[in-house]
Design a protein around this ligand. Structure first.
Ligand SMILES: Cc1ncc(COP(=O)(O)O)c(C=O)c1O
Length: 385
């Protein structure tokens, strides 16, 4: 019997070597490795500034705070996302306005945003999720943002390395947030990165990352000035990334493109072997496959599939195939549903996706033999009368 996990971390490059360097240095918190990780990451995504933190949730919180989101503000957030994209808006006393998605790509489109702006012309920002690792249509979205003075906070938790028109995601909107959680495209165990070209956003995020202190620890201990002296300019947070995590991130980043190509092989295998199945809808990829990070690949069981989604998942599980569901939409989550009195009928595309979605395994170490077994099992189940 096979046992194919849903995801698998690869950590057999320079991770141990760089972590050893940190441990032997005697400095385990945020210092030189973190600064190096920020420098290399910024260069990789083409942003002027990068600020490493201990999660993408932290990066999103800092980003929303730095662009000026405050109590009573309205912020657009897709309903088809992880709760972190919306919860950070609530941290600041603002209100997420949930938006439906494009069926197939699970993305916010310029049309969806334009419609939302007609209804809520006073919205302050959009948390734009590059769902599954595919970039949203930035040209149209940025044009609307400019016209309506809307801040764009990109949630790129799935989207490293992702390109839009062959330019890396990381500097399109006002600020972009990445995740290095264990199941992401590269990992630091737990971790995140905020990237921006806006010096004011960067400076604010850097200060708020560490208690609102106006000098970071590394600066205090490397500068010539008395190292005990610092000021607190705001009630900040404790979101810095320790050097042990940054060391893992540096090693992972060296292999980011190799990992991406490995995931693309999985996605292309699924497209080649599942495209003919009448009961399955496959994800729509708008641009060249090379631009996509391929963090997620899903199937949606449509009306022609006799099995319901939950039974399908159980059968895959019995066949030794790990799966997941991305996502139960936020409008169905108790907190958002009750607080904002939300109704599923207002989110038809997200509902259609959610009712049938199953996320399949995608990772560089997944063999073509296992992929063939997955496709064979899925195809047989899809045909089950
Ligand atoms: C779309 C999205 N945004 C934000 C996050 C939060 O990431 P982190 O766990 O690094 O805080 C996740 C994590 O799964 C995510 O999928």
């Amino acid at each position: 019997m096979r046992n194919i996990p849903f995801c698998k971390v690869i950590c057999d490059g320079n991770e141990l070597k760089y972590v050893r360097e940190v441990i032997e240095s005697g400095w385990l918190t945020t210092a030189g490795k973190c600064v190096e990780f920020e420098k290399q990451f910024a260069a990789k995504v083409g942003a002027q500034y990068a600020c490493a933190v201990n999660s993408a949730t932290a990066a999103l919180h800092l980003a929303a705070e730095a662009v000026g989101i405050g109590p009573g503000d309205k912020v657009f957030v897709p309903t088809m996302t992880f709760t972190a994209s919306a919860e950070v808006i609530r941290y600041l006393g603002a209100d997420p306005v949930l938006l439906d998605m494009e069926y197939g790509a699970a993305l916010i489109t310029p049309e969806i945003l334009a419609q939302a702006l007609r209804k809520h012309p006073d919205a302050k920002a959009l948390v734009l999720v590059h769902f599954g690792g595919q970039a949203a249509e930035m040209d149209g979205i940025l044009r609307l943002a400019k016209q309506h003075n809307l801040k764009i906070i990109e949630d790129a938790a799935h989207a490293f390395p992702t390109r839009y028109h062959n330019r890396m995601i990381g500097s399109f909107g006002d600020v972009t947030c990445f995740s290095f959680y264990a199941n992401k495209t590269i990992t630091t165990g737990e971790g995140g990165m905020l990237a921006t070209n806006d010096e004011t956003i960067y400076n604010r995020a850097k200060v708020m990352r560490l208690h609102g202190i106006n000098r970071d620890i590394w600066d205090r201990f490397t500068a010539k000035k008395a190292n005990w002296e610092y000021d607190v300019v705001a009630p900040g947070f404790k979101y810095n990334m320790p050097d042990i995590n940054a060391a893992i991130g540096l090693a992972q980043m060296e292999r980011a493109e190799e990992f991406r190509v490995g995931r693309q092989r999985c996605a292309e295998f699924y497209y080649d072997h599942l495209s003919g199945a009448a009961g399955l809808d496959l994800p729509i990829c708008h641009g060249p496959h090379d631009n996509h990070s391929w963090h997620l690949f899903w199937i949606v069981l449509n009306g022609k599939c006799a099995l319901d989604r939950n039974t399908f998942i159980e059968r895959l599980n019995e066949a030794g195939i790990g799966t997941s569901v991305h996502y139960k939409p936020l409008h169905r989550m108790t907190y958002y549903r009750k607080r904002y009195n939300l109704n599923p009928s207002d989110y038809p595309n997200a509902e259609r996706h959610w009712q049938g979605v199953i996320t399949l395994p995608v990772y560089p170490g997944l063999s073509n033999d296992d992929l063939a077994y997955i496709c064979d099992t899925v195809t047989k189940l899809e045909k089950t009368p």
